[in-house]
Design a protein around this ligand. Structure first.
Ligand SMILES: Nc1ncnc2c1ncn2[C@@H]1O[C@H](COP(=O)(O)OP(=O)(O)OP(=O)(O)O)[C@@H](O)[C@H]1O
Ligand SMILES: Nc1nc2c(c(=O)[nH]1)N=C(CO)CN2
Length: 190
């Protein structure tokens, strides 16, 4: 931009046409994200399928891939087995907006936060967002515990084996080799 000596731009500034703004919106940059899903209260498979459907219908979110479901032994206090899986998404929104959408979907299913790592109707964790590393009070990316969790890495390796987890620098299929997968079982017939 050329400026005159007065600090005022030499050329008149034009506002984009409203139609152009719309066209630019349509071309908003897509980012890739991975989300883990878990449930161990209620009809978990129906709940998890419904959560994916809501996500896929949310404006600015496009479902890229989904894993199979896995029955997994609970990590944490004694409680029923979980059903776990992962999805990858293409999104036109920020990581913070995606987290808010995930928390909103958990609430729609009546999730009540009780003890840490306790049983839950629906848990949606934001695992990865492109290659960003973020450490804020309400959002850490990559999810800080994903590297240790077979119930996350097994389904994620199915759909995103070559995604680099940016804190460790290892791809998901390599991280998977480091965890014990004996408590993660493919749910048959899904
Ligand atoms: N990557 C992330 N994905 C989801 N929530 C996150 C993330 N980073 C930080 N949080 C914060 O964690 C808070 C609590 O999450 P939640 O109750 O689901 O934890 P948890 O599932 O019990 O434990 P864990 O985080 O070990 O899976 C959320 O309100 C959110 O603000
Ligand atoms: N198997 C399994 N264990 C858990 C899970 C989960 O999704 N699957 N989620 C937890 C809190 O996020 C705590 N423990």
């Amino acid at each position: 931009m050329a400026f005159s000596g007065t600090g005022i731009p030499k050329y008149p500034q034009r506002q984009p046409e409203p139609s152009l703004l719309k066209a630019n919106d349509a071309k908003a940059e897509l980012r890739r994200s991975a989300v883990a899903l878990g449930s161990n209260i209620g009809d978990s498979q129906t709940i998890l399928e419904a959560a994916i459907e809501i996500l896929a219908k949310t404006p600015g979110i496009f479902l890229e891939a989904r894993s199979n479901w896995y029955q997994t032994k609970a990590v944490g206090p004694p409680q029923p087995d979980y059903l776990n899986g992962c999805v990858t998404l293409q999104v036109e929104i920020t990581a913070q907006q995606l987290l808010e959408i995930l928390l909103g979907i958990e609430q729609q299913f009546g999730r009540v936060r009780q003890e840490r790592w306790g049983p839950r109707i629906l848990d949606l964790d934001l695992l990865l967002f492109d290659d960003i590393i973020l450490d804020t009070p309400n959002l850490q990316i990559p999810h800080p515990r994903m590297r240790d969790r077979a119930f996350v890495l097994v389904p994620l390796a199915e759909i995103a084996p070559d995604w680099i987890e940016p804190v460790s620098g290892y791809v998901i299929k390599e991280l998977l080799k480091e965890v014990d997968c004996s408590d993660v079982h493919l749910l048959m017939g899904n």
